[in-house]
Design a protein around this ligand. Structure first.
Ligand code: X8Z
Ligand code: ZN
Length: 613
């Protein structure tokens, strides 16, 4: 959740300018009207001070949050909440003040900084200090509830989220899958009243800043009007929906053959516990159940890692070496001594993978309870993508130390991981023999189970949250509306009856963590655009799903040029640096999976499947 971190540490950070700040506010207004020249100077002074102060305070916040997430107790929660409270107060103050300067004739960088200051909060507190304190407290509690979450079996064994996810990924026993699926969701029930209050308070904070609600604020962070952004998402989803439907149809048919009509009917939405993942968000873990008969590439990265004796540290080293092969500097020693790779047995930690930038310079780290699986090998690349991005933009002014938009931050490591091809695995000694082109459908299917299956999930989380923020979904409808959207976008359903005593959204990290989720949808489009463009730079002439940019310094340099820009330019400019185009476009996704789409439709047709739900 690096970018949540980045966001928080950037803009909910801030130093308590306290009395001096509010005085400054009034002056700014009056001089802006009467003395434009002085007002411009004042605006620049305001920005300079804001950046210095924010940068300093962000370090304090990062440390408090790092310690809390690595050691969840009442005390660390209180300390983290107390820093968050100060920072939110200051960043709200700065966002309010920034509004006073936006109509001045400033240089474009200053103008952009003001806009970022105004719109980058993800959890704005009301001006009332008591409410700010309450919000900081609730936020820390929600994070803690997720991090401490466990399900205890009847035999007394209590498992944490990564362990339960391991069962969801491996088990083929529907009864066991259902027990774990349901058990994990019980951790979220106590979150419901906290979440409801969090929404109320943050909406009030958004209104204080001049937004209609928190939905409008979240959607204002993409260099376009909020409603244009929503329309852009609909457009991108429309591009990929037919591909998703073909995949859904095929997978549902195969699951029906495996489990039978009672467990996995061949029509309607797919029961959510059968897809190899706690949230049915990526389906790669059921590849073996749905693999094509004649086109299976015949290797499994989890097994290859085990065979070569990879431990957690070696998995991270290997991922680092991909980045250095592109020309990036190796990670600093402190990364290795300060990161968390292995789940500690003696304390509660937030296991959900995240990448951190403690000092906005070189103290970069990851925190992740690594499982020795193919899935986590990919997640490690994802996390390092964040760290290499952070280091690339470290020379930018503080407010620009972020990605072009939040989807970019999520896309970089994934882009690199798209280059984990059979050829690459052979080059690094994990695979003996590269499967020939007759196995491409298997390779593409495996990839689609993760990347294509993710798209509607990546979209629906914030479709739900935005409606919650705007009031269109009321607290009495939280769970029902959640499942309606799950069904609408993903075509999955709850395997058992749920009601409003449940709070299933809370069982997904980013809801209690208050991390916006549309970024991952964007990243799943962007990474295919980046991959295609970088493969072109690398001069690869083969099919794009066989292309690996491993070792290619030109591709690395191109990527680095974009990363170094940070958030200093509107995202279309950054996108153009790598792709030559200024628009997000799912054509790259469709091109990548084109042979698979033909194959899926063929399979669905010859099995006479009725697609859709
Ligand atoms: O949360 C993450 C990363 C950290 S930013 C591990 N991801 C989303 C998720 O796990 O739900 C990566 C893919 C989607
Ligand atoms: Zn991420």
């Amino acid at each position: 959740m690096i970018t949540a971190r980045t966001k928080l540490s950037h803009l909910s950070l801030a130093i308590a300018l306290s009395i001096a700040t509010s005085g400054c506010n009034t002056q700014a207004e009056s001089s802006a009207i009467s003395q434009p020249k002085d007002a411009v100077a004042e605006a620049n002074d305001f920005l300079a001070k804001a950046e210095t102060d924010l940068a300093a305070l962000s370090i304090e916040q990062n440390r408090a949050e790092w310690i809390y997430s690595n050691f969840i107790t009442e005390d660390t929660a209180a300390l983290a909440a107390s820093v968050a409270e100060r920072q939110t107060a200051t960043s709200v103050q700065l966002a309010t003040q920034a509004a006073n300067y936006v109509n001045l004739d400033l240089d474009s960088a200053s103008q952009r900084k003001l806009n970022i200051l105004r719109s980058s909060l993800v959890l704005p507190a009301p001006l009332d200090p008591a409410k700010n304190a309450e919000l900081a407290n609730i936020s820390a509690q929600l994070n803690g509830l997720y991090g401490k979450g466990k399900y205890c079996f009847e035999d007394g064994r209590c498992l944490t989220q990564p362990q339960l996810s391991g069962i969801m990924g491996e088990s083929k026993d529907p009864a066991q899958l259902l027990e774990v699926w349901k058990g994990w969701r019980d951790i979220a029930k106590p979150m419901r009243p906290l979440f409801e209050r969090e929404v109320e308070l943050a909406n009030e904070g958004a209104k204080d800043l001049g937004y209609a609600n928190l939905s409008e604020l979240w959607r204002s962070q993409y260099d376009m009007k909020p409603d244009e952004f929503s329309a852009e998402l609909d457009r991108l989803w429309g591009q990929v929906e037919p591909l998703y439907e073909s995949l859904h149809c095929y997978v549902r048919g195969e699951l029906n053959e495996q489990y039978g009509d009672d467990v996995a009917p061949n029509n309607g939405p797919i029961p959510a516990h059968l897809l190899g993942n706690m949230w049915a968000q990526q389906w790669g873990n059921i590849y073996d159940s749905v693999a094509p008969d004649n086109a299976d590439p015949g290797y499994d990265v989890t097994e290859l890692l085990a065979k070569q004796g990879y431990d957690e540290h070696k998995m991270v080293k290997q991922a680092e070496s991909f980045f250095t092969s592109l020309g990036f500097e190796p990670l600093p020693d402190t990364f290795w001594s300060r990161s968390l790779f292995v789940q500690p047995e003696d304390r509660d930690v937030v296991c959900h993978a995240s990448a951190w930038d403690l000092d906005n310079l070189d103290d970069i780290r990851i925190k992740m309870c690594i499982q020795k699986t193919a899935e986590d090998f990919t997640v490690i690349h994802h996390e390092l993508g964040h760290n290499f991005y952070q280091r690339a933009y470290k020379e930018q002014p503080f407010i620009f130390k972020n990605s072009a938009n939040d989807g970019f931050h999520e896309a970089i490591g994934d882009t690199v991981a798209l280059s984990i091809t059979p050829n690459y695995l052979k080059q690094i000694g994990l695979l003996d023999e590269v499967p020939d082109a007759s196995k491409d459908i298997g390779l593409l299917l495996k990839q689609a189970l993760d990347k294509v299956a993710f798209l509607p999930f990546g979209l629906m989380i914030d479709q739900w949250r935005w409606k919650v923020f705007s009031g269109e979904i009321t607290p009495e409808q939280y769970n029902q509306a959640w499942w309606e959207l799950r069904e609408k976008y993903q075509g999955v359903k709850s395997p058992i009856t749920r009601d409003e005593s449940d709070f299933d959204p809370g069982a997904k990290y980013h809801v209690p963590g208050n991390v916006p989720y549309t970024r991952y949808f964007l990243a799943h489009i962007l990474q295919f655009q980046f991959h295609k463009a970088l493969c072109d730079v690398a001069g690869d002439k083969g099919p794009v799903h066989r292309c690996s940019i491993y070792g290619n310094k030109e591709a690395g340099a191109k990527l680095n040029t974009m990363l170094e820009m940070g958030q200093s330019q509107p995202w279309p400019e950054a996108l153009a640096v790598v792709t030559g185009n200024k628009g997000m476009d799912a054509t790259a996704v469709l091109d990548y999976f084109a042979p698979l789409k033909v194959w899926l439709d063929d399979q669905n047709k010859s099995a006479n499947r009725q697609c859709g739900w």
